[in-house]
Design a protein around this ligand. Structure first.
Ligand SMILES: O=C(O)c1ccccc1NCC(=O)[C@H](O)[C@H](O)COP(=O)(O)O
Length: 254
């Protein structure tokens, strides 16, 4: 049976031809997420602009991305993730551009990248970091897209959910690995997934980010004890009465 990830990938393939072609300007200097994560003395928080999602439906459709990003920055967000997929997450590249114009921290283009044209486009709209989801790519595409993004000076968040994906990810020696606590096939979310995988792979050289399902300082502490250096948080911040305060709560000591 087709999963939501399959449906998203089909949609992404349809959108490819509408992307602008041609080289990306070599003038810009992306802001490094990796450097920020390596220098962080507390848990880093990558704060997400997420209007809606396949698992939750509407989360905060009316959000003003500039205002939300400013609140995130005021709370000490180490980076801002912007979901740019339109059909499944109600986002846009314009949201990303607006956030980039508002904050100085690295901005992650959170999308489902299957082709280098999407990476070029991310660059044009001001992304500093792109996401590569191992479950959405074969080994050769993963390697090719990773190399292409690095050649443009971008950082790459390589996302895995289980052991098999972690083994595939490690073959390209990524600097940053995100462990998604959400199973993209069933939508089950369990932060014990990060604990389980870091119990086995925490000794590798990568910086690890725990993604999805993080709500409280207690969750953040569990992720810190497991060995994560950063959290990627969407829904909790998008629905928080005071997102800045919530970020401060999640930035536990390392
Ligand atoms: O969130 C979803 O429903 C979803 C469905 C299918 C593919 C990806 C999906 N989410 C992307 C993410 O990984 C999350 O937005 C991110 O990790 C933050 O998660 P959360 O803090 O639980 O909102």
């Amino acid at each position: 049976m087709a999963t939501i990830l399959d449906d998203i990938i089909i949609q992404k393939k349809k959108e490819l031809d509408a992307l602008p072609a041609g080289p990306v300007s070599g003038d810009r200097q992306p802001v490094s997420l990796l450097k920020r994560l390596k220098q962080a003395e507390t848990m880093a928080v990558i704060s997400e602009v997420k209007r809606s999602s396949p698992s939750k439906g509407d989360i905060n459709q009316a959000v003003n991305p500039a205002e939300q990003a400013a609140k995130y920055a005021a709370g000490g967000a180490d980076a801002i993730s912007v979901l740019t997929d339109r059909k499944f997450f109600s986002g846009s590249m314009e949201d990303l551009e607006t956030v980039k114009e508002t904050v100085g921290v690295p901005v992650l283009n959170k999308d489902f990248i299957i082709d280098r044209r999407q990476i070029d486009n991310a660059c044009r709209f001001g992304a500093d970091v792109i996401l590569l989801i191992v479950a959405a790519l074969d080994d050769s595409s993963l390697h090719e897209l990773y190399t292409h993004a690095k050649s443009l000076g971008l950082d790459v968040l390589v996302e895995v959910h289980d052991e098999a994906e972690m083994e595939r990810a490690l073959k390209i020696n990524p600097e940053i690995i995100g462990i998604n606590n959400r199973d993209l096939k069933t939508f089950t979310v369990d932060i014990a997934n990060t604990e389980r995988l870091l119990g086995k792979y925490g000794g590798s050289d990568a910086v690890f980010i725990a993604e999805s399902g993080i709500k409280t300082a207690e969750d953040a502490l569990r992720m810190q004890r497991a060995g994560a250096k950063a959290l990627l948080v969407g829904e909790t911040l998008m629905t928080a009465e005071n997102p800045s305060e919530k970020i401060r709560e999640l930035k536990v000591e390392l």
